[in-house]
Design a protein around this ligand. Structure first.
Ligand SMILES: [Zn+2]
Length: 115
């Protein structure tokens, strides 16, 4: 099943110039207005809809994500499911990284504008 799931995911992504594997299948919009890919997974005798990037992470880590863990996108592209762009972390760490990246981007913009 391991190879089958990865093949199913690989067949549903487009690889971008930045190396992101953008999910082309079903997507859901999060409370924050971001889109996440979803995939149906057969688990414990029933079909459940799961977030693709979490499925990819679990395949990569070879374990289930814990309840307090989120799949973090290093590339900020939420429909990306490239294992190399993902890591598991806590929600707190995820927020801190997003703030940090935002600050970095703002600093770069200011520098570019000569402020
Ligand atoms: Zn990516």
């Amino acid at each position: 099943m391991f190879g089958t799931m990865q093949a199913r995911i690989a067949a549903n992504v487009i690889v971008t110039k930045t190396g992101c594997h953008e999910w082309q299948g079903k997507k859901v919009k999060s409370a924050g207005g971001k889109f996440y890919g979803r995939i149906n997974v057969y688990e414990n005798g029933k079909t459940v809809s799961k977030l693709v990037h979490r499925v990819v992470l679990e395949l990569t880590l070879k374990r289930k994500l814990r309840a307090n863990e989120v799949g973090m996108h290093q590339c900020d592209n939420t429909i990306c499911c490239n294992a190399k762009h993902l890591k598991a972390g806590t929600q707190t760490a995820n927020m801190a990284e997003m703030v940090q990246r935002g600050r970095d981007a703002a600093a770069r913009r200011k520098q570019a504008e000569g402020k």
